[in-house]
Design a protein around this ligand. Structure first.
Ligand SMILES: Cc1cc2nc3c(=O)[nH]c(=O)nc-3n(C[C@H](O)[C@H](O)[C@H](O)COP(=O)(O)OP(=O)(O)OC[C@H]3O[C@@H](n4cnc5c(N)ncnc54)[C@H](O)[C@@H]3O)c2cc1C
Length: 447
């Protein structure tokens, strides 16, 4: 069998995957459609172009999960972090870069690598054989998107995300909220108590609707058509259709009894549903939104029980092509139905430059190891890369899977540490210490 690794898409993930595999001695061909075929967001023909912000977010590897991913990528000799460091701009604790110099350096480093070839042109079919990684990102071209849909089933490839905000379970005030599924549905007690419920009185509901209507919203980018309107309306659009719409939709109070005050019938109820197997994260059901991030925290903290909520991620709706990874991919990022094809980057259901590059790093190493006849275990679950890959390929609630940023809610708890806000600093340090150790061991086993 041909031992070349083909990578479709030379964005964040494809570039990092190519670098990793090439450094392991594997011949790599990157197939990149730009500049021949453009997207609405990219401006250049460079590899690893940053389509919007010029920031890789927090660089704090002791107290921040994104910073920890930076640390792991640096430890693994990652190209994206190397070039980000070279073109860094002053930005406080964040890792911001000169975007043009950054992507030019990534492009040059790959063009100059003796094991890498870049071929410019769009790929529109799924390859029948060979070793492949598909890293075509949120703006995967239409032709390839159709080919992936035909293989996976139309329901398993989404073209928009509709992200409801995700809250850390420990930050919900359980003196106000209670656990109950609507009409106590479910066979087991766990199922009958699967939701967190936050009750509202009429004045609280009215104030909430006023805040929603007044909040700052983001607009779709030009070319990013608003085809989201089928079945996943933003909550503010529902509120615009009538002040009672939400009370008859995601905030309906029926089938629920407040265990703290059974005699008081709530006027509206906001429900949160468990988002991961660990039970550390809950999403606010039906609360996808185009509100700006600052407005979201203000508005959502008006919900009784969420007054001190910490958010693992805020809501959004974007043009985004992504797979239903929990059912389609194995823990080596192979498509179960065609294991010679791996996926990497945002199309696997992670979100952000950093997360996408990290998934590229793993896919590149997994694919190269396979070509070299070696077995590489998946990244350890206690590392940031491992927590993320574990989430998308198994830990996430499959029924409601939506793209995910890296955050400490994806990490297994460290025993014996204090919960709540007070213990947060020690907890995060313990997570990052444990992650660094696990990741270093995983790397050392490969050398
Ligand atoms: C409008 C918009 C704004 C965003 N803003 C941010 C932000 O501010 N911060 C952030 O962290 N993330 C942002 N993202 C998410 C961001 O796109 C990803 O985090 C990151 O770029 C994903 O990396 P990737 O390698 O998976 O995809 P990309 O970086 O998009 O790379 C995919 C590559 O595949 C190529 N390609 C697509 N189809 C084909 C094909 N059929 N054949 C060959 N090549 C193909 C594309 O040209 C592209 O170069 C934004 C996304 C969008 C759409």
């Amino acid at each position: 069998m041909d031992k070349t690794l083909h990578i479709i898409g030379g964005g964040m993930a494809g570039s990092e995957a190519a670098w990793q595999a090439a450094n392991m001695g594997v011949q790599v061909i990157i197939h990149e459609m730009r500049p021949k075929v453009e997207t609405f967001a990219h401006r250049t023909g460079n590899l690893a172009e940053m389509v919007c912000s010029n920031s890789f977010r927090s660089d704090d590897d002791e107290q921040n999960a994104v910073g920890l991913l930076h640390w792991e990528m640096r430890a693994a000799n990652g190209l994206i972090m190397q070039m980000a460091g070279r073109h860094r701009l002053p930005a406080g604790g964040a890792l911001a870069v000169d975007r043009d110099q950054f992507s030019e350096s990534v492009t040059n480093a790959l063009h100059d690598h003796p094991n890498v070839t870049v071929e410019y042109g769009e790929i529109t079919e799924l390859p029948e054989h060979g070793h492949w990684i598909i890293a075509t990102g949120p703006l995967t071209s239409q032709g390839l998107g159709a080919a992936i849909s035909a293989e996976t089933g139309a329901d398993a490839l989404a073209f928009f995300d509709a992200i409801a905000p995700i809250v850390y379970a420990e930050s919900v005030d359980m003196n106000v909220a209670w656990l109950q599924s609507r009409y106590d549905k479910g066979e087991t007690e766990e199922e009958q108590k699967a939701y967190l419920n936050c009750p509202m009185t009429k004045p609280q509901y009215e104030a909430f609707i006023d805040a929603l209507l007044a909040a700052d919203k983001t607009e779709f980018h030009e070319g990013e058509t608003a085809g989201y309107f089928d079945g996943c309306l933003p909550i503010e659009v529902m509120a615009e259709r009538g002040r009672e719409t939400l009370r008859h939709g995601p905030m309906k109070p029926v089938g629920l009894t407040n265990t703290h005050a059974p005699e008081n019938k709530a006027y509206a109820v906001v429900q949160l549903r468990r988002d991961n197997a660990l039970g550390t994260l809950y999403n606010i059901v039906g609360f996808q939104t185009k509100m700006k991030y600052g407005a979201q925290t203000d508005v959502f903290r008006m919900i009784p029980g969420l007054q001190n909520a910490s958010f693992a991620r805020l809501g959004g709706i974007h043009r985004n092509t992504f797979l239903h990874s929990p059912t389609l991919l194995d823990d080596q990022m192979r498509l179960k139905s065609r294991p010679h094809i791996r996926f990497a980057g945002q199309i696997t259901g992670v979100e952000g430059y950093v997360e996408s590059s990290a998934m590229g790093l793993l896919a590149g190493r997994f694919a190269a190891a396979e070509i070299l006849g070696k077995t590489l275990p998946t990244a350890p679950q206690d590392s940031a890369m491992g927590a993320l890959i574990h989430h998308i390929t198994g830990g996430a609630e499959a029924k409601t899977f939506q793209p995910m940023n890296v955050n400490f809610g994806l990490f297994r708890p460290v025993d014996g540490l204090k919960g709540g806000r007070r213990g947060r600093k020690d907890r995060y340090k313990a997570y990052t210490d444990r992650a660094k150790e696990a990741f270093s061991e995983w790397l050392a086993d490969q050398s």
